[in-house]
Design a protein around this ligand. Structure first.
Ligand code: KG4
Ligand code: ZN
Length: 352
């Protein structure tokens, strides 16, 4: 089975062709990603209208390159998958409509993919992880702990009540005058900073419910930065180191709480899977690796290029859903919001 996957929910225009081997493992035949970071950098964040226009400009070329690099034609495929949300509606419409048009024109089955499900299932493409497992999804838009029980079977165990982790990194970077996207910049600064100079709060630490809250930490950083302004280079580095240390402590503590809830309700997970752009952070990776070792749990972190938004995860989810006998009609509408766990009613701050 070979499937084309299309991703346009945020600021990456991406397409990929993925196949499944007879033993069930996945193979990425091509994966094309065009990031629009340069277009958005001047504004310090993603501008939805600019993103939508850029997707329109890029999508044909990206799909063509994905097919060419995989050495396949549309007729060689077994399906077309496109992310149908959640995300910025203008971008979602571009990818979803393109996917539907390609499927319709070539008579292939079409799959409308939930972007979060694609992040959730990536570890099965890269590492063949078995159900059930605990997923920590940490990106610019999402911070959630999810029990992944099967294709289409998700239980949200915890979520942020305010900011996402990546969003907190980006906002802290912005207040310190560092360029967008802030996560990698803050990590770089933190490397030459002293994490002990400033003691930032660790919200929710020790709570039994595995939820997250990051706005208090963000505010603490802002107040401190204002108090000691003007900031010298070393101040910026020390603030970044202190902020990152607080995030690491919070994540480890919240994942530990999530594991407790998982074991009580779902049994023992086959692995702890970390996904989303923030999983590229070295300090976070090291801390979670220690947690895995200490709790005897297999830790799976897909390579950074598959943690950030890409088409391969959409194609793979298309494969998993087609194998489960699922496909979607041409009337599938784009969804700006689309929670993975439809029973999880606690939706905060517009984030599903
Ligand atoms: O998953 P992603 O590529 O896009 C979505 O948000 O869906 O995640 C991007 C987020 C941004 O907030 C970015 O600042 C953060 O991931 N990020 C990082 C690092 N690399 C990317 N955060 C902390 N440390 C990093 N090295
Ligand atoms: Zn994403």
């Amino acid at each position: 089975m070979r499937v084309l996957g299309i991703e346009t929910t945020c600021d990456e225009t991406a397409a990929a062709v993925v196949s499944v081997r007879p033993d069930g493992s996945g193979e990425i035949l091509s994966s094309e990603v065009m990031s629009q970071i340069a277009e958005h950098a001047a504004y310090g964040g993603v501008v939805p209208e600019i993103a939508a226009r850029a997707h329109v400009d890029l999508i044909d070329r990206i799909v063509r390159r994905a097919l060419d690099n995989a050495n396949v034609k549309l007729a060689d495929l077994d399906g077309v998958a496109a992310a149908a949300g959640p995300g910025l509606i203008g971008g979602v419409i571009v990818g979803l409509t393109t996917g539907k048009a390609l499927a319709l024109a070539s008579g292939l089955p079409f799959v409308a993919v939930n972007h979060l499900e694609a992040h959730a299932l990536t570890a099965r493409l890269t590492d063949g992880v078995e159900f059930p497992y605990l997923l920590l999804l940490v990106s610019g838009g999402h911070t959630q702990l999810i029990a992944v029980n099967g294709v289409g079977k998700y239980t949200r165990i915890g979520t942020t009540v305010d900011d996402a982790v990546g969003e907190a990194f980006d906002k802290v970077a912005k207040m310190l005058g560092l360029p967008y996207p802030g996560g990698p910049q803050v990590e770089r600064e933190a490397e030459r900073g002293d994490p002990r100079r400033f003691d930032f709060p660790r919200p929710m630490l020790g709570r039994k419910e595995p939820d997250f809250s990051l706005s208090g930490l963000k505010t603490a950083v802002r107040l401190l930065a204002e108090r000691i302004a003007p900031l010298e280079q070393q101040d910026v580095a020390d603030i970044c180191a202190g902020f990152q240390a607080a995030i690491v402590d919070v994540l480890v503590d919240r994942v530990r709480a999530g594991l407790g809830v998982f074991r009580a309700s779902h049994g023992y997970p086959s692995a702890l899977v970390v996904a989303g752009g923030v999983a590229a952070n070295g300090a976070i990776r090291r801390a979670l690796t220690r947690l895995g070792t200490e709790s005897g749990l297999r830790l799976v972190m897909p390579p950074p290029q598959l943690c950030t938004d890409n088409g391969a995860m959409i194609a793979w989810t298309g494969i998993e859903r087609l194998q489960a006998g699922l496909r979607d009609g041409m009337n599938f509408a784009p969804r700006p919001r689309w929670p993975l766990d439809i029973n999880a009613q606690r939706v905060h701050n517009g984030k599903a």
